[in-house]
Design a protein around this ligand. Structure first.
Ligand code: COA
Length: 161
């Protein structure tokens, strides 16, 4: 079976991520989304909240599974039996960092390859931080996230008032 792993922070998941999920779910027999327990970023949503959010927005894809991980990506890939990792490239500025990661991962785990998908042009400027900033400043984020994710962001911001 052809298993792919799509890792990231997804804090929150945006239409840009969903575009990558939709396209890679067509390429793999099974697509495993891996939510990183990232200690270097201060998140808006807990990992558990992000997992629930991702489950909801991917529920129409029968071959997508949501997981979380900490530590090395290659260890999670081994555990999931994933033979390739999916990464989205938004712009040339992503390339250097992504190449460095994929080269390192290949040395750590030569059986795993990285496949890069160009992010849909519509979302090439997007990041989770931008979404959070626009929401925080009272802007409309409905072009960036699903109505369900928007509701969760609105509720978080209300809680924080
Ligand atoms: N559409 C919209 N936004 C996108 C996007 C897309 N297609 N692709 C990436 N982004 C945004 C994300 O929202 C995120 O925004 P933020 O910084 O505002 O939160 C940003 O781009 C970074 O992407 P993301 O994938 O979330 O995180 P990352 O680049 O920090 O990488 C891992 C995450 C999991 C791949 C990487 O940190 C990792 O492998 N960690 C494990 C430790 C490890 O193995 N290290 C050695 C590897 S060399």
């Amino acid at each position: 079976m052809n298993i792919a792993l799509y890792p990231g922070s997804f804090d929150p998941v945006t239409y840009g991520h969903l575009d990558i999920i939709e396209r890679s779910a067509k390429m793999a027999d099974q697509l495993i989304v891996g939510v990183l327990r990232n200690k270097s970023k201060v998140p808006m949503f807990t990992v558990e909240e992000r997992i629930e959010m991702l489950k909801e927005v991917t529920k129409t894809y029968s071959n997508v599974i949501i997981t979380s991980f900490d530590g090395l990506l290659v260890e999670h890939a081994k555990k999931c039996k994933a033979s390739f990792v999916i990464r989205g490239l938004r712009a040339i500025t992503d390339f250097e960092y992504e190449l460095q990661m994929s080269q390192t991962n290949r040395i750590l785990y030569p059986d795993m390859d990285t496949i890069f998908l160009n992010t849909d042009l519509k979302y090439s400027y997007l990041s989770s931080s931008i979404v959070k900033e626009v929401a925080l400043l009272g802007g409309n984020i409905s072009e960036f996230v699903t109505p369900y994710v928007k509701e969760l962001i609105d509720a978080k911001l209300k809680d924080g008032e």
